[in-house]
Ligand binder design. Structure first.
Ligand SMILES: Nc1nc2c(ncn2[C@@H]2O[C@H](COP(=O)(O)OP(=O)(O)OP(=O)(O)O)[C@@H](O)[C@H]2O)c(=O)[nH]1
Ligand SMILES: [Mg+2]
Length: 380
């Protein structure tokens, strides 16, 4: 699974990326810090079945700490948008095609209202304006691609547009349905915009990360106001708090499992002590930094992805090398065991002969989608 991080400039996209991946990337309090996209691996936490089976796993692709599995997710961070980006303002919109390879998008906003539409310092800025702006710029960007590939008379509309949007991982079916549902006869500018909006809302769902909650008075009121105005999911968060804790943990200062609290192991000076105390209060007040909830909202609520644990031996729950519950895969909603087989090894989809649910010992039907948390033996 891939998640793209988008949003207006200077809202904390790269801080979020860094908190998720722990990659060293530039974070600065100024517009357009990021130019080239950053790509890395983040992790979503799920329960490891090892406890249920009174065993200890030997992780291969997804690390396990105290019974929590860290399942890998690809994260893409791109440059920031500003109003007029699709007509070349700021860094333009070309970079959006990189983020749009993703299965879902996190749109970061600065809920504190302390940076304005062009990323400069201000007070009382309405982040709803950025949500509108990003929506307009995305539609305009995709609409112009659709217009470029507009079918000439006699050409197949769906095929042409599908070709134009190739690389953005759009479903051909979505384009077909959009043309039908919107009653598009000719692809002019208005129709292209409407079709772009239709495609984006279906194939690139957005969760809004209300970032910088730590610097936001009346947070609940601000979020409920945005909920009344926009039909998105909103998750309050502090990417900066999450990043500080992840880095402190990496260097042995705290013990933090991404949940609602952390334990201080050591500090070098009173400043560090104070900073950690401030973060402790944030975690207490908001039940965590919100970053974990954000990933879970995107992956499990909005996209309904499932985590599956493929094994070779259904009794011992081991792979071919004797490793117990080695891998955990995130698979799309509706994926069949054959599709999972293809994710493990490209040959396996062709060689696939069937699958067994290791908890029940029963065969899984070929057209039966895999379930969340299922341990499956794939027969090839
Ligand atoms: N208070 C607070 N500040 C934050 C938070 N997240 C990021 N920031 C600050 O916001 C500023 C911008 O952060 P970046 O991560 O570089 O923002 P960006 O959206 O990637 O910016 P561009 O790449 O320039 O578009 C930095 O000064 C960060 O430290 C947060 O949760 N709380
Ligand atoms: Mg950035």
């Amino acid at each position: 699974m891939k998640i793209g991080i988008i949003g207006r400039t200077n809202v904390g996209k790269s801080t979020m990326y860094k908190a998720l991946t722990l990659e060293e990337v530039a974070v600065e309090d100024r517009p357009f810090t990021t130019i080239d996209p950053n790509r890395g691996i983040g992790y979503v936490n799920v329960d490891c079945p090892e406890k249920e089976f009174h065993t200890k796993c030997n992780p291969h692709n997804a690390p396990c700490i105290d019974g929590t599995r860290y399942v890998p997710v690809e994260i893409i961070d791109v440059a920031g948008l500003i109003e007029g980006a699709s007509s070349g303002k700021g860094l333009g919109t070309k970079f959006l095609s990189e983020a749009m390879e993703a299965d879902a998008l996190i749109e970061v906003i600065d809920i504190s209202g302390k940076t304005d539409g062009s990323g400069m310092k201000t007070e009382g800025y309405d982040p709803g304006r950025d949500i509108e702006m990003v929506r307009t710029e995305l539609i305009s960007w995709m609409g112009s691609i659709i217009l470029r590939y507009k079918p000439k008379s006699g050409e197949d509309k769906v095929n042409n547009i599908y070709r134009g949007l190739s690389g953005l991982r759009i479903n051909q079916e979505t384009i077909k349905n959009g043309i039908k549902d919107l009653g598009i006869k000719e692809v002019d500018e208005t129709a292209a915009g409407k079709l772009a909006e239709y495609i984006l809302s279906r194939d690139k769902p957005i969760v809004i990360a209300c970032n910088k909650m730590d610097a936001t008075p009346e947070l609940d009121k601000k979020i409920s106001d945005l909920k009344n105005r926009f039909g998105y999911e909103f998750v309050p968060c502090s990417a900066a708090a999450e990043l500080t804790l992840k880095e402190a943990e990496k260097h042995g200062y705290v013990s933090y499992n991404g949940k609602t609290d952390f334990a201080v192991i050591k500090t070098d000076n009173s400043e560090q002590e104070k900073a950690l105390a401030t973060i402790k209060n944030i975690l207490k007040k908001y039940n965590g930094t919100g970053v974990r909830q954000l990933l879970e909202k995107v992956i499990f609520t909005v996209k309904s992805y499932k985590v599956v644990f493929p094994v070779v031996d259904e009794k011992r729950l081991t792979d071919g090398n004797g490793r117990i519950l080695p891998d955990a895969y995130l698979v799309r909603n509706g994926a069949t065991p054959r599709e999972v087989a293809g994710m493990i090894h490209s040959d396996f989809a062709e060689k696939y002969k069937g699958a067994i649910d290791c908890r029940t010992g029963l065969k899984i039907k070929n057209d039966e989608p895999v379930k969340n948390g299922q341990i499956i033996k794939i027969i090839v």
